[in-house]
Design a protein around this ligand. Sequence first.
Ligand SMILES: [Zn+2]
Length: 262
Amino acid sequence: MLSWDNPGDRVAIAQMNSELQHAQLELLSAHCASHQLRLRFTVDDLARFGRRDILRKSLEAAASLNAYYSSIEAKIPQAAEAVESASLTEGQVREAVNLLASYLREQSEYYMRVAVPLSNLQKAAMWPYFSAVVLDRARVVELKGQRVPNPPFYERARALGITNLPEWTHMDSLTLGDVILFNEKLSERALFHGLVHVIQSELLGIERYSELFIRGFLATKHHFSVPLEAHAFSLESKFGANPSDRFSVEDRVRLWVHQGRY
Ligand SMILES: [Zn+2]
């Protein structure tokens, strides 16, 4: 079974969610096609005049899909259900966005004092995925096991019924504006991942970035399925799979911003 605590699994979880989304879109298109049939023809006519072989194949596909997804539904953990039932008012969402944005700003300023620029070796490994401007501006802090505590507003979120918030102490890295914190040591992949968030928060601005994170979390119930996170994991996985296949992360992120995919 996959575990969120295992860094290798996090990429697999992000890929799984991208395939799940693909399957869901295909199902939606099957649903639309069936809806057209339903609008145009009666059930009696379809049963009498529909081609038997095609009807049978359609029935089998629908029944096996129903059995498959029901078996998944039966295993959805309680924690996810809890987020489902926690519906926040628009005012509470705005409050959460403000809390996250000011926390990111405060913490960024705090850690900036001890953060260091990337070494030339690190810059070389991250170029040309990231422009020289971004690589010069980014700062890193290695906490070497000291670990960042959860933000203070987690208490309030839990009181509102949101239970499966990501544990900050379990993450490889945390990005606060231009500063990337590493709970343990800095690895190339974790640095790449953190830099994707640097670009995202730069292009979107801290406010919008915080808003998309919170709305994405409330919609998807898991922080790794939030589009901002899923994109970072999928780009990190491309980098890890084939480091010679160079691409511009900024172009990819800009495209997602323009297409409204975050
Ligand atoms: Zn991330």
